[in-house]
Design a protein around this ligand. Structure first.
Ligand SMILES: Cc1cc2nc3c(=O)[nH]c(=O)nc-3n(C[C@H](O)[C@H](O)[C@H](O)COP(=O)(O)O)c2cc1C
Length: 295
């Protein structure tokens, strides 16, 4: 693998793209170190920006950092690099979330590079989203890219949509998630209540999707974060907007669509509502100089 040098301007552009990623309450809990000699970017969790009340187990922190990592990969591909990623490369340092070697083998992932314009255009929607049916091909493409990243995106059957919405409303309303719901719904198991979170702007019958993974470790959350951003950028490219709700829950053995074995997914990390609607308002970002160190 060759690793010709990258200039400061190019590195700053990569980190600026990474920093445009979504994060829980826009906390931006990341920092980057660029190692010139090996053309390697290290992504660290910035635990000073972790939100312990809303995100006790750090799932949200890892999801946001995974999304930042995905943007970094997209920007690297657009700059003609072939990013080689190792997640959690240091057993002794859990803050080092990923190492990205920016090789220039001549191979360029065109499908990643094509997403680059969407990095700056994407924003989280908090306005009403139309509930017209998304074309099956678009839904399929969104599910495919989540799978390609190692996570799963599922558009649940109507029965589950109602259950999930009830769950979301119970949690948003501060009620116990188990209170007054049918026994089947109690199978949701542990549902962390996240104090002070903004209301999920879902309508009455939204076409929601669940993003999850088979396992539930930090490495799975980083994987899910990359999948989340891949789904969001592809949605943006298709002219869609997406609202998000952070509702981690576990449902052992759940199969979210009838007769589809691949829809099995125990650990759900995010509820997404993609559709047509007004663009979200861009949220401010920390300056690159604050999050990047070059060595
Ligand atoms: C892990 C995670 C959880 C989030 N949870 C919510 C949520 O519950 N409700 C919401 O409206 N937005 C949620 N968001 C979106 C963030 O609020 C948003 O990314 C951030 O404010 C920056 O704005 P932007 O996405 O428009 O750039 C979440 C994002 C991430 C990555």
């Amino acid at each position: 693998m060759t690793t010709t040098l990258l200039g400061t301007t190019a590195v700053r552009a990569l980190v600026e793209a990474a920093g445009a990623a979504p994060s829980l309450r826009n906390a931006q809990p990341w920092r980057f170190v660029f190692l010139r000699d090996s053309a390697t970017v290290r992504l660290y969790a910035d635990r000073g920006r972790h939100l312990p009340q809303a995100d006790a187990e750090e799932r949200g922190l890892h999801l946001g950092c995974g999304a930042a990592l995905f943007n970094l990969r997209v920007a690297a591909a657009a700059a003609g690099r072939d990013p080689v990623v190792r997640l959690l490369p240091d057993d002794c340092d859990g803050s080092l979330l990923a190492e990205v070697r920016l090789t220039d083998t001549g191979h360029r992932d065109e499908s990643l590079a094509r997403l680059h314009p969407a990095v700056a255009r994407r924003s989280t929607s908090r306005r009403p989203i139309e509930d017209d049916e998304l074309p099956a091909a678009v839904r399929g493409a969104l599910c495919d890219v989540a799978l390609r990243e190692g996570a799963r995106l599922v558009f649940p059957d109507a029965l589950y949509v109602r259950l999930i919405l009830q769950l979301v409303r119970d949690v948003e309303g501060g009620a116990s998630p188990e209170a007054g719901v049918p026994s089947r719904e109690r199978d949701f198991g542990t549902v962390p209540v996240l104090p002070g979170r903004s209301r999920a702007p879902f309508g009455d019958r939204p076409r929601i999707a669940l993003l999850g993974t088979v396992h539930n470790r930090p490495v799975d959350w980083l994987t899910a974060g990359q999948a989340l951003e891949h789904v969001l950028l592809l949605s943006t490219q298709h002219g869609l907007v997406t609202s998000l709700a952070f509702h981690p829950f576990e449902w052992p053995g759940a199969r979210w669509t009838e007769g589809d074995r691949s829809s099995a997914m125990e650990h759900v990390h995010m509820v997404l509502h993609p559709g047509h609607g007004p663009q979200g308002t861009p949220a401010p970002r920390r300056p690159v100089a604050e999050v990047l160190e070059i060595m």
